[in-house]
Every structure is written in structure tokens, then in C-alpha cells.
Design a protein around this ligand. Structure first.
Ligand SMILES: Nc1ncnc2c1ncn2[C@@H]1O[C@H](COP(=O)(O)OP(=O)(O)OP(=O)(O)O)[C@@H](O)[C@H]1O
Ligand SMILES: [Mg+2]
Length: 266
């Protein structure tokens, strides 16, 4: 009974925290970061829900889900319930709502509707405080799905590659975040920016880090995720890095990034 009250009325005072992984640039590490941080939060004893909100369904396959229906598309279109779409993974405490290619059609369907930016938020509302963390993996665009992700979220986490062009998209991303804060989700925070696929041998990578840190200051996490082949191998085994190879440099980095996110309450 006590648990029931805590789940429904949140009388325990604990709030779940919802993060959207956003960067309209493709291939910067959004999905890898969502899976890896989710896994390390779960390994640390937190209850975590991953939401695959990209029709590429990379997050779903990355945690070993082959059949990904019903999934998030069915959830937001009202044809499946939360209990039908939430699946367990091999890590206790780590659950996932998968995606399928059907989600690509949702963009067109959503656009015509008045409530179009709030579908994901409303769909996740009943479990918002059931989990310590809900991590939403957004697609590489600033379209209606990513907007839904940021409207449902408490904070945005922005993975960034240490490349010259990586910085070019940031101002558009920040303008979009400001617009959402103003019109759709006044509570949305910038949880932080972190670097992925860092190669310490290149001077450019170091310059990009210095420049971004100078500009965004304490919004940049101190943990830097290196380029590490084990991170790119893990999805083909359907395993988060915490289970595939926790001792590799990428695993250690994501473990420490997870600790940093929790420590900061980012
Ligand atoms: N630190 C890393 N070191 C090496 N490879 C990595 C690293 N992080 C991610 N990768 C690989 O780089 C590719 C892109 O990463 P990922 O899919 O996480 O990016 P994404 O931002 O989600 O991409 P998309 O925009 O297409 O959704 C994947 O093949 C992934 O396995
Ligand atoms: Mg992705």
C-alpha cells in the first residue's frame, strides 16, 4: 500500500528525472550515450527506463531487442499501453521502450495535430516517478520527434564530437531549446554538454574542447568519452558496454560520466 501511494502520489518526495539526448547532427554518440549511461545508472542501483525515439531503432537493437513491436509509435498513437511496450533488458533495473521503422510515419501524423508536441510527455506521465531516470534517445534532427523529446524532458544532455563542424550546429540547437523553454516546456534545463569519440592525438580535438569549455563553462562535463572500438562493437552483441567490456576505456569513461551526471544532479 505504501508503495502504491509512493508510485501514484509520489509521497516519497523522490522525483524521477527525464533526460533527452539531443543533437541534430548525426552520428555524434546520442544512442551510445543513452544506452551506456542508462546501463551505468542501473548498475549503480537506480531504476532506469530507456526510450528509443528514433525510427532507426539503434537503441533497441543495442540492448538486444530484435522484435521491437509494439513500441513507442504504438504508445504515442494510443494503440498500445505502457505495460505492453516496456520490456526488460539483461540488466535488472534497466527497461526499454523500443522503436521500429513505423515511427518515421509518426512525424507526418503528428504535425497535423494541435497537441503534436506533447504526445511523448503525456504517454510517459504515468511512469514518470516510477523510475529514477528516463532517458530519451532522439533522432538526428530538430523535428517534431526531438521537440516531443524535449517537451517530455527535465533536462537536455548534448553529446558532441570534437570536430570543427560540431560547433556549427550548437547555436541552432540552443535557439531551439530557448524556444521550447519559452513556449512549450518552461522547466527544461540544459543538463550539459559532453564530448564523445575524443582522440587525444589530434590537436583539433583539443582545440575544440578548449573552445567549447571557454564558451559554455560549467555546462560542460569534465568526463570526456574517448574513441574506443569496444563501444562500436557492443551493439552488435546487443549489450551495453557495462556488460560487454566494462574495463575498456569507453566503459570506464561512461561509468564516470554517469557518476558525474548523478553527482551534479544535472
Ligand atoms: N566513443 C566511441 N568510440 C568509437 N565509436 C563510437 C563511440 N561512440 C559511438 N560510436 C559509434 O559511432 C557510431 C555513431 O554513434 P551513435 O549511433 O551513438 O550516434 P548517434 O548520435 O545516435 O547517431 P544518429 O544521429 O544516427 O542517431 C555508431 O556506430 C557507434 O557504435
Ligand atoms: Mg542514434
Amino acid at each position: 500500500m505504501v508503495l502504491y501511494y509512493r508510485l501514484v502520489f509520489n509521497t516519497g518526495g523522490e522525483m524521477g528525472r527525464v533526460y533527452a539526448f539531443v543533437n541534430q547532427k548525426g552520428g555524434v554518440g546520442k544512442t551510445t550515450s543513452a544506452i551506456s549511461l542508462g546501463a551505468y545508472f542501473a548498475e549503480a542501483g537506480k531504476s532506469v527506463l530507456l526510450v528509443d525515439f528514433d525510427s532507426q531503432a539503434n537503441l533497441s537493437s543495442g540492448v538486444g531487442l530484435r522484435s521491437a513491436k509494439p513500441g513507442v509509435y504504438e504508445l504515442i498513437s494510443g494503440t498500445a499501453s505502457l505495460t505492453q511496450v516496456i520490456r526488460p533488458t539483461e540488466i535488472p533495473n534497466l527497461s526499454v521502450i523500443p522503436a521500429s521503422i513505423d515511427l518515421s510515419g509518426a512525424t507526418v501524423e503528428l504535425i497535423g495535430q494541435a497537441e503534436r508536441d506533447f504526445f511523448l510527455k503525456h504517454a510517459l506521465e504515468p511512469v514518470r516517478n516510477t523510475y529514477d531516470f528516463i532517458l530519451i534517445d532522439c533522432p538526428p534532427s530538430l523535428g517534431v520527434l526531438t521537440i516531443n523529446g524535449m517537451v517530455a524532458a527535465d533536462a537536455v544532455l548534448i553529446p558532441m564530437q570534437c570536430e570543427y563542424f560540431a560547433m556549427e550546429g550548437l547555436s541552432l540547437l540552443f535557439q531551439t531549446i530557448k524556444r521550447i523553454q519559452k513556449k512549450l516546456n518552461p522547466h527544461l534545463e540544459i543538463g550539459g554538454i559532453f564530448f564523445t569519440m575524443y582522440d587525444s592525438r589530434t590537436r583539433l580535438a583539443q582545440e575544440v574542447v578548449t573552445k567549447v569549455c571557454g564558451y559554455f563553462k560549467d555546462k560542460v562535463f569534465t568526463t570526456i568519452v574517448p574513441r574506443n572500438v569496444r563501444l562500436s562493437e557492443a551493439p552488435s552483441f546487443g549489450k551495453p558496454i557495462s556488460r560487454y567490456d566494462p574495463q575498456c576505456s569507453g566503459g570506464k569513461a561512461y561509468n564516470s560520466l554517469a557518476e558525474e551526471v548523478m553527482r551534479r544532479g544535472a
